[in-house]
Design a protein around this ligand. Structure first.
Ligand code: 5GP
Ligand code: MG
Length: 176
């Protein structure tokens, strides 16, 4: 058990288990985008570690950039999504892969999709390391899912609680 801020968390996935998920996703993306112009758009802050590991395991040569906004305050999704920063790339002719750390309600993803769909990308697909199917409220299909997890707040591997815990190499679940 560990403490982050005022809360206690239990280990849910080891660093090795996470890396296996990341490797498997890299293999699938490699296969699907071989000889295509791929632009990876990581969603900050949470996806910074995932994107860094994912692209190291990939053998294709994508462009890599990041978008940023936040919908999370404390341990429950607020449903509020703020402005998106960093959509200054020309997406015409590119295959865009949105890379998320975790998809919960899907509000963030829906908002990103709305903004990106007017940018003339050849295709837009999504990769998320973790997915909470019980919390998901959107119809957008997710092409690459590392692992489905229960609807409990997690911290580690890029994901924070009150700004802390992002550098943990394992994934921890809030003790119910
Ligand atoms: P959504 O908009 O799908 O409800 O939430 C998406 C964003 O909220 C994710 O990109 C992530 O940054 C954050 N988030 C969702 N679930 C969790 C969680 O269990 N723990 C942490 N630390 N962040 C989460
Ligand atoms: Mg995120």
């Amino acid at each position: 058990m560990i403490q982050v801020g005022d809360k206690h968390f239990e280990e849910y996935l080891t660093a090795d288990q996470i890396q296996s998920c990341v490797k498997e996703l890299a293999r699938q993306i490699d296969n699907d985008f071989a000889s295509k112009d791929l632009l990876i758009l990581g969603i900050l802050n949470g996806a910074f570690l995932f994107v860094a590991d994912l692209v190291k395991y990939m053998t294709i040569d994508p462009e890599i950039s990041f978008l940023k906004f936040a919908s999370y305050e404390g341990t429950t999704s607020t449903g509020k999504v703020h402005d998106l920063i960093g959509v200054n790339e020309d997406l015409a002719g590119k295959h865009v892969l949105i890379v998320e750390d975790i998809v919960d309600s899907g509000t963030t993803l829906a908002h990103i999709m709305n903004i990106l769909k007017s940018k003339n990308a050849t295709s837009i697909s999504t990769a998320t390391l973790f997915f909470k199917p019980e919390a998901y409220q959107q119809k957008i299909a997710l092409q690459y899912i590392g692992k489905e997890i229960p609807n409990l707040f997690v911290v580690g591997y890029g994901m924070d609680y009150q700004g802390k815990g992002r550098n943990l190499t394992e994934l921890y679940q809030l003790k119910p």
